[in-house]
Design a protein around this ligand. Structure first.
Ligand code: GAR
Length: 208
């Protein structure tokens, strides 16, 4: 059986992309990253991809007259690369229903909180951890879920909790949450690639 073809969408540092690449290199994950698309030209994630011999391109929203044309450019690139699973790995743009329908049931997202807490519009990156600390939550974590037409609302595949400590800052907390992101994102991709995910309504059952 040929390796599942991934397209990874990124916006920044790309540590989650690196976790995927490292899992492939170590043989834990048998998939292939066909293309990385960044919403920013200066994203370090592009460098990480290229260093591993993966095609990486920037497709930036500000280059296009409309969101529809921006997304069409990404859809075309992903289709050209025959991508079977789209991974949003620190991709900080909200995708329209048109994009979601183009890859229905084949888009997964990593979010740095325990959904449904601290998610939805405006909750991304460090803002999430800042909100967790301001609220006084004692536990946070990370979630991998299927993307649907809402923001961070699709069926949850995996979650892992992280304890909030008294001396945490958003930056310190984000580092501990990233550690668990780097575990659960490659694991969710493995489960998808091995066809071990059964989606029944909102619930995702894992057949191991
Ligand atoms: C990660 O914490 C990811 O969960 C978050 O952005 C960071 C990207 O880090 N994504 C979101 O907030 C999406 N709503 P990375 O570029 O080092 O992988």
């Amino acid at each position: 059986m040929s390796a599942l073809k991934l397209g990874v969408l990124v916006s920044g540092s790309g540590t989650n992309l690196q976790a995927i690449i490292d899992s492939i290199k170590s043989g834990k994950l048998r998939v292939s990253v066909e293309v990385v698309i960044s919403s920013r030209e200066d994203a370090f994630a592009i460098k990480r991809a290229k260093e591993s011999g993966i095609e990486a391109v920037a497709i930036c929203p500000e280059w296009f007259p409309s969101k529809a044309e921006y997304e069409e450019a990404m859809i075309n690139k992903l289709r050209e690369a025959k991508v079977e699973l789209v991974v949003l790995a620190g991709f900080l743009k909200v995708l329209s229903p048109h994009f979601i329908r183009a890859f229905a049931g084949r888009i997964i997202n990593i979010h740095p909180s325990l959904i449904p807490a601290f998610c939805g519009k405006g909750y991304y990156g460090l803002k999430v951890h800042k909100a967790v600390l301001e609220y006084g939550a004692k536990v946070t974590g990370a979630t991998v879920h299927f993307a649907d037409e809402g923001t961070d609302t699709g069926p949850i595949i995996l979650q892992k909790a992280v304890e909030v400590r008294d001396d945490d800052t958003p930056e310190i907390l984000s580092k501990r949450v990233l550690e668990v992101e780097h575990e659960i994102l490659p694991e969710a991709i493995r489960l998808f690639a091995e066809k071990k995910l059964d989606v029944v309504g909102r619930r995702v059952f894992i057949k191991e």
